[in-house]
Design a protein around this ligand. Structure first.
Ligand SMILES: Cc1cc2nc3c(=O)[nH]c(=O)nc-3n(C[C@H](O)[C@H](O)[C@H](O)COP(=O)(O)OP(=O)(O)OC[C@H]3O[C@@H](n4cnc5c(N)ncnc54)[C@H](O)[C@@H]3O)c2cc1C
Length: 402
């Protein structure tokens, strides 16, 4: 019916990624977490393999490999270390957003080619510390003047804040038009008025950096505003759905790793003369978690395939949201049970189980929350408006579902 066997090209890519994961990520998992960053030599190796840019269009210096390959790669990286996978160099969310929002090939190339040339990070800033109370939309504003745009506001939770040399910033252009009055602007890290605020001290994903950025009268030219050829809201929604799908693939890898750890322990740890995996309570639990891992993986693959195969947009959006919501729940259950199954050992830092659980929780909040994803999935199915507000930080005035 649907063939999910990896192609020859995907096998090759996966082989290379698995080797990097085995040699550079797994053995240095605690070092990366303690350092709060992925080591320079690991970033260089990942860059040389083209890991960060493989999804980018070929005309922008990428491999144009498609989401089907990207989810396999993310899964492999997440299996090794979800934290390092999140903190690795590359355009990341910036690349995905630019691919959706940049109007033409030339513009896209100018934005993304530098990522293929050197070790760099990109970032996208949407979350804000203070939601707008009196209207829909962002508190961060973009005001038009004779030379271009002036941006002002504060963003938080931004992945790669302080590392990125390019930020894509969402801001309110027209307050009257609520979520329909927003725009996306590319801002260079060195732009006068852009300041990197506090780095957030996080529960998990310690090798990745999250922080605030402050925009204080940042001037950008007209060309910094990204406007897709079609509907802006639709392009933004596609970006968030694809972003959620790639994060979900990482969660599948993490869930798989936790499941394997739990299964190995259940086969080895003895109680009353037999391995604990032979007691029904443990056996049932392992079987349930195995179902979680497999079902999440297949949903993620199916959604990626829908995008690559040019399925109707609503279908691809719905499948992505379902896959992401399920993958995060699966990763939470699997890592939690992995800790429990190890008994007292589970929460010791000698073992990786506790880190997996922390990473899973944080991964689940990256980008879109479970509630936001559920709203998108149902809106896509019911035929309602697919506003980005379904996926975005709430404000008091956010329209409640449809
Ligand atoms: C690891 C990580 C990486 C991130 N990376 C970035 C990044 O690169 N750039 C960036 O800008 N942000 C980033 N974020 C922020 C992330 O996108 C937001 O935390 C997320 O969208 C939720 O928004 P919020 O924190 O404002 O929560 P809120 O919107 O305040 O939501 C609080 C709770 O209410 C629920 N909720 C909100 N609205 C509704 C509703 N209408 N119906 C039902 N429930 C609702 C939410 O699901 C959540 O449980 C990141 C977060 C994490 C944890």
């Amino acid at each position: 019916l649907i063939d999910f066997e990896p192609t020859e090209e995907q096998r090759l890519v996966l082989g290379v990624v698995a080797e990097l994961a085995r040699t550079l990520l797994v053995p240095r998992l605690r070092d990366h977490e303690a350092a709060g960053a992925v080591a320079d030599d690991v970033c260089r190796a990942a860059h040389e393999l083209g890991l960060g840019t493989m999804l980018l269009p070929e005309d922008a210096g990428g491999e144009g490999l498609g989401l089907g390959t990207a989810v396999l790669v993310e899964e492999e990286l997440g299996r090794a270390d979800a934290g390092a996978a999140t903190g690795l160099c590359g355009p990341g969310a910036f690349g995905l957003a630019a691919a959706e929002l940049a109007p033409d090939g030339e513009r896209r190339r100018a934005l993304l080619a530098p990522f293929a040339e050197g070790v760099r990070w990109g970032a996208v800033a949407w979350s804000e510390p203070a939601p707008v109370r009196e209207r829909e939309g962002f508190a961060t504003t973009a005001a038009r003047d004779a030379d271009g745009w002036v941006l002002g506001g504060r963003k938080r939770f931004v992945a790669n804040a302080g590392l990125a040399d390019r930020y894509l910033v969402f801001a309110q252009i027209d307050a009257e038009r609520g979520w329909r009055g927003i725009g996306a602007f590319v801002v260079a890290a060195e732009a006068p008025g852009l300041r990197v605020g506090e780095r957030h001290d996080t529960l998990g994903l310690g090798a990745a950096r999250f922080g605030e950025i402050v925009l204080d009268g940042v001037r950008v030219p007209d060309a910094a505003r990204l406007e897709p050829a079609g509907d802006f809201a639709a392009a933004v929604t596609r970006f968030f759905a694809k972003h959620a799908l790639l994060t979900a693939a990482r969660a599948v890898g993490l869930a798989h790793a936790a499941f394997e750890l739990a299964r190995a322990y259940a086969a080895e740890r003895q109680a009353f003369g037999k391995p604990i995996g032979h007691f029904q309570a443990v056996a049932f639990n392992l079987a349930d978690r195995h179902m979680d891992v497999e079902s999440a993986r297949w949903l993620v693959w199916r959604a990626a395939r829908a995008w690559d195969a040019g399925a109707p947009e609503r279908t691809a959006l719905e499948l992505s949201a379902l896959a992401a919501a399920h993958a995060h729940e699966a990763a939470m259950r699997t890592t939690d049970d992995c800790v429990s199954l190890h008994g007292g050992m589970g929460f010791m830092r000698d073992l990786v189980a506790e880190k997996m659980m922390r990473d899973a929780k944080q991964l689940a909040l990256t980008g879109s929350t479970a509630e936001q994803l559920d709203q998108l999935a149902t809106a896509a199915r019911l035929g309602g408006a697919l506003e980005p507000s379904l996926l975005w930080p709430s404000s008091d005035a956010q329209p409640v579902f449809l």
